[in-house]
Design a protein around this ligand. Sequence first.
Ligand SMILES: Nc1ncnc2c1ncn2[C@@H]1O[C@H](COP(=O)(O)OP(=O)(O)OP(=O)(O)O)[C@@H](O)[C@H]1O
Length: 257
Amino acid sequence: MNNTGNAPVQLTDVRKVYGTGPGAVDALAGVTYEFAAGTFTAVMGPSGSGKSTLLHCAAGLDTPTTGDVHLAGRSLRGLDETSLTELRREHVAFVFQSFNLMPALTVRQNVVLPMTLAGKQPDDAWVTEVIRAVGLGERVKHRPSELSGGQQQRVAIARALAGRTAITFADEPTGALDTTTALEVLTLLRDQSRRLGQTIVMVTHDPVAASYADRVVFLVDGRIVSELRRGAVHPTAEAVAAELAQLSAGRLSPTES
Ligand SMILES: Nc1ncnc2c1ncn2[C@@H]1O[C@H](COP(=O)(O)OP(=O)(O)OP(=O)(O)O)[C@@H](O)[C@H]1O
């Protein structure tokens, strides 16, 4: 697959090897993929297939062993840490499992922190709207320690939405949420991608979560092996689960099974 050069997130023959010698692990075995502007993509695959490694390499949080990543039009190869931090602050939001909230700050202060760090003026009305949309309108002055795990995750999601960055990386964003809140959060992410043209890359184990995405890519043993795209047929939870089951079954070679 050739990259066209326009996508906000592009991986070109990205390989990531952990360790050396006989114990080395090929976490990514040559991934070339474009996460196109305004698309919401779910990354799925069996445990250990390389999903988190792909997300970390794509976001510049980890360095590929070989290959290149372009983020917001810039090659990450050889970029120093300061430039990388600036690039991320300007263009990227994160919703990770470890919420990375600042314990001393209130909900609202946490939500606007990336903008403050990037020297941007928060849009107060929009910040209020996203905090309300994630169901924390009554808790803006609470600190993370006064919130449940699910509520803390919602702060992280509000923080990602508030900055209206071009790109959001999400790692199991709904893992700690009850079903109702999870569906609200997925709807918010989908709306964000549709309304603001944001590119969202989400790792998930959950076919229902993946069904909110426009595209679902499947990783097996560090390679993208298939893809479902919204077209005539929506990537339904059933279609995603069926593909995953087939890939997981196919992964067991006759000698292993
Ligand atoms: N820091 C590391 N050192 C050595 N091996 C690693 C490291 N991080 C990941 N791996 C290995 O790389 C492979 C891919 O790991 P990764 O965490 O990307 O998979 P994953 O698909 O996200 O898994 P899961 O669904 O279980 O979270 C695995 O075999 C894992 O053991």
